[in-house]
Design a protein around this ligand. Structure first.
Ligand SMILES: Cc1ncc(COP(=O)(O)O)c(C=O)c1O
Length: 371
């Protein structure tokens, strides 16, 4: 492989998150609508058409925007409870995973948290905002980011943590835990009074791996779920947590009143009831994920075995992620997630969302021409 994408890139600011197209368009002087976004992991076939139709009908009724949302969020709570098969009293409503995480840290007065990295960068910011002492735990890329549950348990005890914050699947690696390991970890944590904060923002792609069904009976497990990615409604801001009923009302008490708008509630209720959308989204993603991964490996790249709708790629030695990120934008209008600002990753990694075939082909063509 010829390393043509080596250049000095020191002064280029890399966005802290995926999906920052307005800033990138301005930075590179490219019309925003020409950019193809592989950096935010949003399902490409969403949002569900049934949900868009429900929204169109809702906006024709003035009371939808005139009146306050139901303060109890009864319809939304019921719809989400039915979707994850728990009781409505186990569901906490919020306008994103971060506000729910923050509310949970406050509700449990968390002091010290084990944080496996690399991870979603908002975790560290949220923990810091809540004055929680952070104990980062490096997960090795050499072993495909697999986490040794035993080691995590002993680290948490050794460092006297009262919480650990995990994601399944992980971000940015896309790697999923073995459910038996995760259950062992939850059991151990419960015996040692350690709170497990489990972010399942991408679990809708593999719902059978979710531990949300366990949290109603285990008070030391709080599971965070989001409608952002799978239902492609990042702009509406709807997320929820699943917890033991008592914990759930304490967490809800730490979320600001009326976190979700009536329109967003209408959308979310329709989204989770659209079984056809969910089943098609899973199948389509599984097929395209495997197809894209095989092609990327075929180009000679190291691709981690991600299970959600994104893939983490390690670039060959001598090729800088920042330089590749920049050239994909300037030469091909393609935006990937440059991962060199993830804690615990060096400058050799990019992450890409699985999009539709025609876009994935453009991405592969662009990569081949640059590498
Ligand atoms: C692992 C993970 N959790 C949560 C979120 C944010 O979810 P939400 O849009 O519900 O706040 C992200 C967004 O990138 C993420 O990667």
């Amino acid at each position: 492989m010829r390393a043509t994408v080596i250049e000095s890139t020191s002064s280029i600011p890399i966005p802290a998150h995926g999906g920052q197209l307005r800033q990138i368009a301005a930075q590179f002087d490219i019309p925003q609508e020409q950019l193809i976004d592989f950096s935010a992991n949003i399902h490409p076939n969403g949002p569900p058409p049934s949900m868009l139709q429900a929204l169109r009908e809702a906006v024709s009724r003035p009371e939808i925007v005139r009146d306050y949302p139901d303060i109890e969020f009864t319809d939304l709570r019921n719809a989400l409870a039915a979707y994850v098969q728990v009781e409505p009293s186990n569901v906490v409503i919020g306008n994103g995973v971060v506000p729910l995480l923050e509310a949970t840290l406050r509700a449990f007065s968390v002091q010290s948290c084990l944080l496996p990295v690399p991870a979603f960068s908002e975790y560290r910011k949220t923990l810091a905002r809540c004055a929680v002492e952070i104990h980062a735990f490096q997960i090795s890329s050499d072993k495909d980011f697999s986490i040794d549950a035993e080691q995590l348990m002993s680290e948490a005890s050794l460092r006297d943590c009262d919480a650990m914050l995990l994601a399944n699947p992980q971000n940015p690696s896309g790697i999923s835990w073995m459910q038996k390991d995760l259950r062992k970890l939850v059991r151990y944590a419960s015996e040692h009074n350690i709170l497990v904060l489990l972010d399942e923002a991408f679990i809708d792609y593999l719902p059978e791996e979710s531990l949300a069904f366990l949290s109603p009976s285990i008070s030391s497990l709080v599971v965070f779920r989001s409608l952002t990615k799978f239902f492609a409604i990042a702009g509406l801001r709807v997320a929820y947590a699943v917890a033991h009923a008592q914990a759930s009302s304490r967490i809800q008490g730490n979320v600001a009143t009326w976190p979700v708008s009536t329109l967003a509630c209408v959308a979310a209720c329709h989204a989770v009831k659209d079984v056809e959308y969910s089943s098609h989204a899973r199948t389509a993603n599984q097929e395209e994920l495997a197809w894209l991964r095989d092609r990327l490996i075929g180009i000679g790249l190291y691709v981690y075995p991600g299970v959600a709708n994104y893939l983490l790629i390690r670039l060959p030695a001598g090729i800088s992620a920042v330089a590749l990120w920049r050239q994909l934008i300037t030469r091909h209008c393609i935006v990937v997630r440059c991962c060199d600002n993830f804690e615990g990753l060096d400058g050799q990694f990019i992450r890409v969302c699985v999009r539709r075939r025609e876009d994935n082909l453009k991405f592969l063509g662009a990569l081949r021409s640059l590498l």
